[in-house]
Design a protein around this ligand. Sequence first.
Ligand code: GRE
Length: 338
Amino acid sequence: MLGKVALEEAFALPRFEERQRWWASLFSTDADKHVKEMNDIQKIRMDYAEKHGVGYQILSYTAPGVQDIWDPVEAQALAVEINDYIAEQVAAKPDRLGAFATLSMHNPQEAAAELRRCVEKYGFKGALVNDTQRAGKDGDDLVFYDQPEWDVFWKTCTDLDVPLYLHPRNPTGTIYERLWADRKWLIGPPLSFAQGVSLHVLGMVTNGVFDRHPKLQIVIGHLGEHIPFDMWRINHWFEDRKKLLGLEKQCKKTIRDYFAQNIWITTSGHFSTTTLNFCMAELSSDRILFSIDYPFETFADACDWFDSAEMSVTDRLKIGRENAKKLFKLGNYKDSSA
Ligand code: GRE
């Protein structure tokens, strides 16, 4: 399929090459290739896109990124530097590349203001945040965005009419020590990423964020971070038990309603036709968006799988590009109507 849109596609600032090399050493069997692909914007990923029918990519800063920086001043300065850098890079190819804002999430007002600057000044398509913000004097606190003080930030998202992509980051501090240190092969895609994001997004549901901001749009990757598989069970416990015990006060709709009205999932890093069919049955193809997860995954794996997976023409078009065109209000881009 031509003109696919992909929206969980990472880059890094070239000056952090050593940090990328260390990170890649935890996940990649070819760290040099990974670092080169991560730092490149204009050439390598554009060649892959051309070869594999991706017409438009929305780029975002790699994990753990700014969410790993517990000094609020340093975090804000880095977010601004990243946004100014990627704005200039994507401006060179406006019909091929867009960007998500990178945000320091220490302070809701400051995050809202930087998001507004990026959308209004640079035309960014929303923001991508790597799960909780590390905070506190030794970086052991975690800021979740599901509390009332974040309403000002969520209101800014809906005022600007842009989505937020809630992406994973690695466990750190006490959480790392207590849960993961003795189980380190489960960190990342096998388990910890999905646990982190699903806790966060279900925290937003049960703390009433979507009831207070019914127009808010959140995107989560990896075919829904395990939540679609648990949809029946979550619904059963919310509706038949927890609402009778008080959840009803702040969370009026059903989990299925929030997934139909507020939450999108992407195919990033999860190239299984069985799982995609399952997600289409649970959530419908109206809420699913194609993505790759480059450079942690390859264009070839994602695109060859998606282009040949059995599905109707309508579903392939919706998931491959039409849903993204609507959600991100994309104008014409390469092969957008091919
Ligand atoms: C990511 O998307 O950030 C990521 C990692 C490490 C492994 C896989 C992955 O940071 O998708």
